[in-house]
Design a protein around this ligand. Structure first.
Ligand code: NAP
Length: 328
């Protein structure tokens, strides 16, 4: 990509899209194309075709999608499969028709079988049954991967597919009904900061499952490298290659938010897969390494979250200030 290449970032208001825009702007790219959903609904084929014909983007980051946590995926599977199939079908086919030089499609680690061998290598795609709770979303993503391959073969579109692990960072979704685990825990503990000392935060499962988390700015750097260096039709994983238990994650968030009351595990709720971590050898071979530790990422995301909701730190009276100083 040249600094004045026309680069369309689809989904620029979302967690991933906004990080891609930040990364490209910091690198000095001057011709970044974005469009709000109210102006262009990517599920509408005719509108998407017109947009590509008029705008003629050279590169496309396809980060627009319907995304959500386990609860939302389980409750609205039709929306997840329909909207994701429509968005990716319209964007990939229009990109091929209008002569886009390269397209990067964002998949997800949920495309892998529920009982994949850990750490998950790319060759385990389609080697077993999917996790049922988000299979509609996963099937749409697998269709997207195959669509990239098919358009590459039949129409010569340089389309690549990347599979990121669980992401977090600024512009994440903190809504408790539809968010992923990390922002949900942050919103829950933050929302309980000022509750009485008898308040107990309840968390799903028993805290034992192990998960991997990548800061979205590290992802954006990896996506840039893939756009510059990766031209293969095979998928490529993006993650840290390291995992933590949900209990460890919760305790880090408790520490960062300063929540002081109790929390307990609701073991009547499902744990999900015991462990999920990606093998990231392929991505590392391209010269990329994640730079933001989980602790640092949680701290900066928490600062962003507090600003985004206009939270003001409570003013301590002189006695509390003294007690808090004694505690340190
Ligand atoms: N979040 C994760 O942990 C994670 C992990 C692995 C992979 N991914 C992948 O990364 C990609 C981006 O995810 P994300 O977390 O950034 O999601 P997100 O924060 O929900 O952002 C999605 C973006 O897509 C836009 N969008 C959705 N439907 C649209 C439509 N019909 N027309 C136009 N725009 C539409 C949204 O627009 P509005 O702002 O108007 O709603 C939003 O800007 C997805 O493909 C996802 O599968 C995410």
């Amino acid at each position: 990509m040249d600094s004045d290449s026309k680069i369309f970032v689809a989904g620029h208001n979302g967690l991933v899209g906004s990080a891609i825009v930040r990364n490209l702007e910091a690198r000095g790219f001057t011709n970044i194309l974005t469009v709000d959903r109210v102006k262009l609904d990517l599920t509408k084929l005719h509108d998407v075709q017109m947009f590509f014909m008029v705008e003629q983007p050279e590169y496309v980051f396809l980060a627009a999608a319907k995304v959500g946590g386990i609860g939302a995926n389980d409750e609205y599977p039709a929306d997840f499969i329909y909207e994701n199939l429509m968005i990716q079908t319209n964007v990939i086919s229009s990109a091929a028709k209008s002569g886009v030089k390269k397209l990067l499609f964002l998949g997800s680690s949920c495309i892998y079988p529920k009982f994949a061998t850990q750490p998950i290598t790319e060759d385990q795609l389609m080697s077993g049954h999917l996790e049922p709770s988000n299979s509609a979303y996963a099937v749409a993503k697998i269709a997207g991967i195959n669509m990239c391959k098919a358009y590459r073969k039949q129409h010569g579109l340089n389309a690549i597919s990347v599979m990121p692990t669980n992401l977090y960072g600024p512009n994440d979704n903190f809504d408790l009904d539809s968010s992923h685990v990390l922002p949900a825990l942050m919103a829950k503990f933050h929302g309980s900061l000022e509750k009485s000392e008898h308040w107990v935060v309840k968390l799903w499962g028993d805290g034992s499952p192990k998960r991997e988390f990548l800061h979205v700015d590290d992802l954006a750097e990896a996506l840039y490298i893939c756009m510059e260096k990766y031209d293969d039709e095979d998928i490529i994983n993006i993650g840290t290659g390291e995992d933590v238990t949900i209990k460890e994650l919760a305790e880090t968030i408790i520490d960062v938010t300063g929540y002081k009351n109790y929390y307990e595990w609701d073991t009547s709720k499902p744990n999900g897969t015991p462990r999920k971590v990606l093998n990231v050898d392929k991505m590392k071979a391209l010269g990329w390494e994640p730079k933001i530790s989980l602790r640092e990422g949680i701290e900066s995301t928490y600062e962003w979250y507090k600003n985004s909701i206009g939270y003001e730190e409570p003013q301590l009276n002189p006695i509390s200030k003294f007690m808090s100083w004694m505690d340190q």
